[in-house]
Design a protein around this ligand. Sequence first.
Ligand code: C2O
Length: 549
Amino acid sequence: MKSSLKLVCCYFHKHLRPHIVLISICICVYIYLYKFRPPIQKCLVPPSSSKDDRAVSTNMTSCGLTDDGDNCCPPMPSTEIKDFKLPSQSSPMRVRPAAHLADEKYIAKYKEAIRRMKALPDEDPLSFKQQANLHCAYCNGAYSQVGYPHCQVHIHYGWLFFPFHRYQLYFFEKILGMLLEDPTFAIPFWNWDNPPGMKMPDMFVEDSNSSLYDVLRNADHLRKVVDCNYNVGDETYSSPQESQESQESINLKTIYRQMVSNSKNAELFYGSAYRAGDCDARNGSYGGPVENCPHNTIHSWCGDPKNGEEDMGIFATAARDPIFYSHHGNVDRMWIIWRENITTDPEKRKCVEDSKDWLDANFIFYDENRQPVRAYVRDSLDYEKLGYVYEKVDIPWFNEKPTPRKSKKSKKPAVEFPVVLDKVISAVVARPNNSTRRDDKEEVLVIEGIEFEKDEAVKFDVHINDDEDSPCGPENTEFAGSFVHVQHSHTHGKKKTKKMNSALRLGITDLLKDLEADGDDTVLVTLVPRKGLVTIRGIVIELISCSGK
Ligand code: C2O
């Protein structure tokens, strides 16, 4: 040992100059430290003692540039941040109308409200510009979490999605009411789950000079029935016949799947838990079915690939389009319908709705008096206490269950994971042992480790027991669901942006029954890439119940 060491040293001494050796060593050490060092986050996050005291809390003073270098921060408050208080319960209810049913008088008033908001100086926290920035800041990581300065606050891909957007609309609406001097004023919702309301509402598209217009929207979509399964840039996907009725009926079946079959309990509906110290919300966290589709798909539908998907098709700019607030009105309405008409059993909701980490999570907004307030998820749950309701309209998708196609299954060679999804692939996936399946447990197909570029639109569809050579449409049972990602920021011509890592969880108990496959030991899963490129780590099937039993 000693002699060989001597030999090496002599060799170096003879053939290499000492300063070259020194420089090489430095380079090696540098590469080791910066390339192979353990991720800093892991070193800094203290191991959590309990799940239940880790609610994400927004640190107002931490606001800085977003991940992509945009400045979306609101003006720093000069007064102390107060806790948000529910409005007095004696004030009159605000009734949010369906946009397509609103009369002229209402439309004129809404246009005027937005006009006044747009006329406020940009630095005013109540201005339209700041309302849009608010969404950008929470979406793209401008804030960090109280107690975890290196962890950002994110409101997509998980259980903060519904409460954050509910609050954003609440404050937006209150500000408009103040500007109109009418505290009963309520914003309209885009009733995209009901055929008469499925196009972009007229008030947003009829007059290019109005405050509700956005010139960046996809001009081909202004008067077309929305495609809830839209693949960016693909006009003939779910309704090749271009007939409006077939698109409407496909949309209804899609919404049934997302709201009913795929949303059997809170864990599935709300998406992944997200706690303080979860540093990168996007690392493995996942959105619920409604967040994916139709929420994400309709964002993309409004944007135009020719304009780089701005405004609606990029989260950093989405709230610059007034239609954003009506789109989210209906998303918010979906939350209500899910709780009041679909998953009415609190046992199936308690894994999220009883969690302190969810209830205590909070965000900061400016109220209509320019007072900065900290609003907690727990106060968002009862919308009537926030003083608003939605106009009652039909819910035509309640009985629109997708129907089985029962095609022949293909028998392509199985793929190996991880796999780059650059073509249609299939895999045979084992189901949990028969003896562990129970009525109160939902069988969940988990597509794990989905990796993709953050600033590119992504979509792929998941089919079960379908024909790989000609996958069915979303109106059929075999279509299990979709993974949809809305790009977070502009690519600014950059080829590569940051990677994100997510998952997709689809409740498939109903689907397997409807396909008469509930006695099988395996299922055939087919993944169909529709937009962008993803890598997938694996596919498994799990059983979950919200009650924790
Ligand atoms: Cu925060 Cu519709 O997005």
